[in-house]
Write a protein that binds this ligand. Structure first.
Ligand code: TRP
Length: 330
């Protein structure tokens, strides 16, 4: 079976280095190997964002970020989720196949409620929309962060339910596999908890100068004195350094920790310069893209056109398999 890579990109806030190492870097790497569909999930964002300007701005910002980081529109499709409105239809069809008890078991739903978000039905149905997102393009491989494992499990379940209910002999939907890198399962934020926008502990991909310094300086460390040996493996700063360092740099810094005489302040300085260098080129490309919004919109428009074509192929089969009538013709 042909591999089709599908993944959604958050548009509910500024993207951070946890998003980058957890998923975006894998998205960009996979574009070289497979047909792929990446979309900015503005319908999903509506479960929590009520501000139209903010939603619009964040959508474009996510597109600029992807392009700046090396997304290549010649190789892959990047678009806005809502440019494929057939998704809402497929979500409805899947809703009718999904027991509410499954949705109440969703860890992300429980988390969001615990954070005080309003339990609207969109929030509860979030994983169903995500299943539609993946299956409407015939996705077989879904690169995501570790927190999305359950959503992909639910997607697999929904694909099987649909196929069993409507098209056992000639299944319409492939059952997709998650693609989750264990090595980046947990990226700590500045307070040591998992880096997440909702914890307010993120470091933005394009943070620089004084903002970046302030964020890095506030990373929580223990109080081992400067002269004493330190344990790199229990330190948040080192966990972040590992993401940016090559093997030699990592070994060198590890040694300095263990040897002693190397303070957390030193490590933080090193991290600041690593982040600044690592995203340096992307930062320049970003400045350029911000000056050319028409180019960004062209990329999204073309990606959306191709995404919609692919989605329509599946929806024709879905409509016919489910007995939905179309009386108006095309
Ligand atoms: N829920 C995903 C996240 O929080 C985003 C997402 C939406 C997604 N639709 C998707 C991921 C489809 C993979 C495939 O990161």
């Amino acid at each position: 079976m042909k591999t089709i890579v599908v993944s959604g990109i958050q548009s509910s806030g500024v993207l951070h280095i946890g998003n980058y190492f957890g998923a975006m870097r894998q998205h960009i790497a996979l574009q070289d190997k497979h047909e792929s569909y990446y979309f900015i999930v503005n319908y999903h964002a509506m479960t929590t964002v009520r501000d139209a300007d903010a939603l619009h701005r964040h959508t474009l910002d996510a597109a600029v970020t992807y392009l700046a980081l090396g997304f290549d529109p010649e190789k892959s499709n990047l678009f806005v989720q809502s440019d494929v409105p057939e998704l809402a239809e497929l979500t409805w069809i899947f809703m009718c196949l999904t027991p509410v008890s499954h949705l109440y078991k969703s860890v992300t739903y429980k988390d969001k409620i615990a954070q005080g978000l309003s339990p609207n039905s969109g929030l509860l149905g979030y994983p169903v929309l995500q299943a539609a997102d993946i299956l409407i393009y015939g996705g077989t491989l879904v690169p995501v962060g570790a927190d999305q494992k359950q959503h992909i499990e639910m997607t697999r379940n929904i694909a099987q339910r649909f196929n069993t209910a409507y098209c056992v002999d000639d299944p319409i939907f492939p059952v997709p596999e998650p693609y989750i890198l264990d090595s980046v399962a947990i990226i700590p934020g500045i307070d040591g908890r998992k880096m997440s926008k909702s914890y307010g502990n993120t470091i933005g991909i394009f943070d620089e100068g004084a903002t970046l310094k302030k964020r890095i300086r506030s990373i929580v460390t223990d109080s081992t004195p400067l002269e004493d040996p330190k344990d790199p493996d229990s330190d948040n700063v080192f966990a972040l350094i590992k993401l940016f360092a090559d093997k030699d740099q990592e070994a060198e810094i590890r040694e300095a920790y263990v040897r002693g005489g190397y303070g957390y302040g030193h490590a933080k300085k090193r991290l600041i310069s690593m982040i600044t260098d690592y995203f340096g080129e992307a930062r320049e490309r970003r400045q350029d893209l911000i000056k050319h919004p028409d180019y960004v919109l062209d990329v999204l428009r073309e990606g959306g056109r191709r995404g919609r074509e692919q989605a329509k192929r599946f929806m024709d089969r879905v409509r016919s398999a489910t007995g939905l009538m179309t009386t108006y013709g095309e």
